[in-house]
Every structure is written in structure tokens, then in C-alpha cells.
Design a protein around this ligand. Structure first.
Ligand code: SAM
Length: 223
């Protein structure tokens, strides 16, 4: 059974074939194929241990004819046009952004991207702008005290985002769900504590200025 986080990601997968990059245990492609949501999948993994775990799990589910487990970094494990959706989950935003930008030659066929970063989702949104993708859905979910953001992007007309939209997410910001407010109030309070701890330190004046600007932006968004 998938976690709530991966269930939510799975709900956005479209088409008949998908690739899960950084698949680790390969739970996501296994569930999607087993449920008939896609007919075939690629599970990509760069690290040997997780790669073996994916190979073993796919075999244990009797799905070796439908799920190709490939060892390699990022999008190098797929060919352009091979899949309809790509999922990249459970990594930091900068790593997801790096995988997308260094694999941009695999995105000419415009697969849907479903991206779940653990932190710094702003880097993911910035990469999507560079790639000419548009954010078509955003989700925020909580699982065991962790709050996760999921960004879904399709290739449509190019998008532009304000600094606040990059950080908070254009759709999440418009929706202002209780979870969204919980996440950013938590971060606001954390920044306030950092500000208090450095406010009398003359070596931290630049950082203090940055934090004060951030706090103003936070206040405008969370109210
Ligand atoms: N996607 C799964 C999930 O969300 O539950 C597993 C997340 S796990 C925390 C991150 C996985 O990404 C690890 O197994 C790691 O080896 C893999 N990974 C990190 N960088 C990668 C890259 N450049 N290409 C492929 N896999 C990568």
C-alpha cells in the first residue's frame, strides 16, 4: 500500500507509461502498474542498494515484464518520448531542479511532471519556468508531522511567477488551505526566532536584513 504522499502523486499520473526517477523501493511504479493505471513503467535509481531493492520488489510482484528497473542518474535512464508522465519524489528541491535541467533533452516530448520535494520547492518552480512548463496543480499534504508539497506541471504556454509565487506556490497561495497556513506560520515563527538570535550581532547585519525582508513577504501571504 502506498503512503498518503505517494498516493497523492499517483493520482496525477496520466497516459499509459511513466518513469519514476529516484524510485528506491519502486513502490510507486509497482502500485500504478498493479492497479492498471499505467500499462508499463520505468524505475530509475542511481544508488546500488535502492536499485537492488527496486529490482527485488518488481520481481516479487511478478512485474518484470512491465516495469524496467534501470540504473543511472536522473533522466538518463529514459529516452525522449518514452513515457507520458515522470515522477520525482522524496528529494530536496535543488536536486529535483538539477535532474530536470540536466535532463532537459528528455523533455522535448512534453511528458507531465509530478514533483514532490521535501524542501525548497522554489528551486523546482524556477526550473519549470526555464523548461517552459506551466504549473497545473499543486497539493500540500501532511504525513507524520511532515508537510509536503507536490507540484504538477504540463507543457503549455510559458508561465511567469512573482517572488512570492515561486516560494509559496501560485496555486497553493491562492487556495490558502489550513495546512498551507500551518506550514508557513511554522516557518515564520522559526525565522522570527533566528532574527531574535542574531539581531544584536554586528557580523550578521546582511543576514538580518534578508530575514526581515522574508518576514515581510511571509506576513503578506499568511496575514
Ligand atoms: N521516490 C521515493 C519516495 O519518494 O519514496 C524514494 C525517495 S528516496 C528519499 C530518494 C531516492 O533518490 C534515493 O533512493 C536516491 O538514491 C535516489 N536518487 C538521488 N539522486 C538521484 C539521481 N540523480 N538519479 C536517480 N536517483 C537518485
Amino acid at each position: 500500500m502506498l503512503s498518503k504522499r505517494l498516493e497523492q502523486v499517483a493520482a496525477y499520473v496520466t497516459g499509459t507509461t511513466m518513469a519514476d526517477i529516484g524510485s528506491d523501493h519502486a513502490y510507486l511504479p509497482i502500485a500504478l502498474v498493479a492497479d492498471g493505471k499505467v500499462t508499463s513503467a520505468v524505475a530509475g535509481e542511481v544508488v546500488d542498494g535502492p536499485f537492488q531493492a527496486a529490482v527485488n520488489n518488481v520481481r516479487a510482484h511478478g512485474l518484470t515484464h512491465k516495469i524496467a528497473v534501470r540504473k543511472g542518474s536522473g533522466l538518463e535512464v529514459i529516452a525522449d518520448g518514452e513515457v507520458d508522465s515522470i515522477t520525482i519524489c522524496g528529494m530536496g528541491g535543488p536536486l529535483i531542479a538539477d535532474i530536470l535541467l540536466s535532463g532537459m533533452n528528455k523533455l522535448n516530448s512534453a511528458p507531465r511532471l509530478i514533483l514532490q520535494s521535501n524542501i525548497h520547492t522554489a528551486s523546482v518552480r524556477a526550473a519549470l519556468i526555464k523548461l517552459g512548463y506551466t504549473i497545473t496543480a499543486e497539493e500540500i499534504i501532511k504525513e507524520k508531522r511532515h508537510i509536503y508539497e507536490i507540484v504538477v506541471a504540463d507543457k503549455q504556454q510559458p508561465m511567469t511567477l512573482t517572488a512570492a509565487e515561486l516560494k509559496f506556490g501560485p496555486l497553493l497561495m491562492a487556495e490558502r488551505s489550513p495546512l498551507f497556513l500551518e506550514k508557513w506560520t511554522r516557518e515564520y515563527n522559526h525565522l522570527q526566532r533566528v532574527k531574535e538570535s542574531i539581531k544584536d550581532n554586528p557580523e550578521q547585519t546582511e543576514r538580518l536584513k534578508e530575514i526581515e525582508q522574508q518576514l515581510i513577504m511571509f506576513k503578506e501571504v499568511i496575514g
